[in-house]
Ligand binder design. Structure first.
Ligand SMILES: NC(=O)c1ccc[n+]([C@@H]2O[C@H](COP(=O)([O-])OP(=O)(O)OC[C@H]3O[C@@H](n4cnc5c(N)ncnc54)[C@H](O)[C@@H]3O)[C@@H](O)[C@H]2O)c1
Length: 278
């Protein structure tokens, strides 16, 4: 039998698709990664279930999407709790009949400290929120995707999961786990038509970090980036939408840094001096 040719470019439209975004709110009216992803998914035509532990935050995202004529529904859920993940996925399926896209965005900074200093209970709680929640949401979403023969999961990690150098141990450990969970899930579910990818943001300016940022620190970070530009939740959201859509139909198991080159390395005068002369 002849192999079918893929001759047309894929469509970026998400009309008819149902997406679930965890942590789809943000503090206040700021643009966090989950809020940006949800708004951009809705702009492409997806119907989006907005999960957040803070109902008001999810409702604010719903108001943004309503104002643009999109379709979404806010739902309060703590994704560290299996029963709440199960109920949330069931809610999307009952409301709209399917589940096509899961964006596992929830993540917290977690406790401070190295191995000697860190509080053990806070460590366990944060791992549950940053890592187990993504397994839980996938556990309940994948059976729907399997039945449909297609689905896309996008996990949000961090550049802290790719390189060391952060003062606390919990955050890079949990984000490193998200990176390799993505690859393992991609291998498990690829033949079922389910793609699993990961976005690893650099230090984008979202409400999560805004409290800790003086204008001077923001300016230093901007200057340190290879592109000399500050990143935002929108930059992360665009990457999520690409990976969620059919434009990425041949992409799975990928870790996509959105970091203005932070993980590419910096231009080092020392290395330049060591370069072989021609
Ligand atoms: N902001 C950055 O610079 C940056 C960098 C790298 C990675 N990230 C990652 O991006 C993701 C989102 O970050 P953000 O900056 O947009 O955060 P944010 O604080 O603006 O939004 C996160 C949302 O998640 C919700 N949430 C927290 N715990 C929850 C739970 N258990 N159940 C349901 N909802 C919960 C919060 O209420 C909040 O609305 C996180 O995984 C974070 O680690 C952020």
């Amino acid at each position: 039998m002849a192999v079918a040719q893929h001759t047309e470019p894929a469509s970026g439209s998400l009309v008819g698709r149902v997406a679930i975004v965890t942590g789809a709110g943000s503090r206040g009216t700021g643009i966090g990664n989950g809020r940006a992803a949800a708004i951009l998914l809705a702009r492409r035509g997806a119907r989006v279930l907005l999960l957040d532990a803070q109902m008001e935050a999810a409702l604010e995202t719903q108001r943004w999407i309503d104002a643009e004529g999109g379709t979404s529904l806010a739902l309060e859920a703590n994704v560290a709790e299996p029963a709440q993940c199960c109920a949330a996925v069931a809610h999307a399926a009952e409301t709209w009949g399917r589940v096509d896209i899961l964006v596992n965005n929830v993540g917290v900074g977690g406790p401070a400290g190295n191995a000697v200093e860190v509080d053990i209970e806070a460590w366990d709680r944060a791992l549950r929120i940053n890592v187990s929640s993504m397994m839980l949401m996938a556990k309940y979403a994948i059976p729907h995707m399997r039945r449909q023969g297609a689905g896309s999961i996008v996990n949000i990690a961090s550049v802290a999961g790719l390189i060391g150098g952060t003062p606390a141990l919990l955050y890079p450990t949990s984000k490193g786990a998200v990176v390799n969970m993505t690859r393992a899930m991609a291998a498990h579910h690829g033949t079922e038509g389910i793609r699993v990818n990961c976005v690893a943001p650099g230090m984008v300016h979202t409400p999560m970090v805004a409290d800790r940022m003086t204008p001077e620190v923001r300016e230093q970070r901007r200057k340190r980036s290879l592109l000399h530009t500050e990143g935002s939740g929108w930059d992360v959201g665009h990457a999520v939408v690409y990976l969620a859509s059919d434009e990425a139909r041949w992409v799975t198991g990928v870790i996509l840094p959105v970091d203005a080159g932070a993980t590419a390395g910096t231009l080092s005068p020392d290395l330049k001096a060591d370069a072989p002369s021609t």
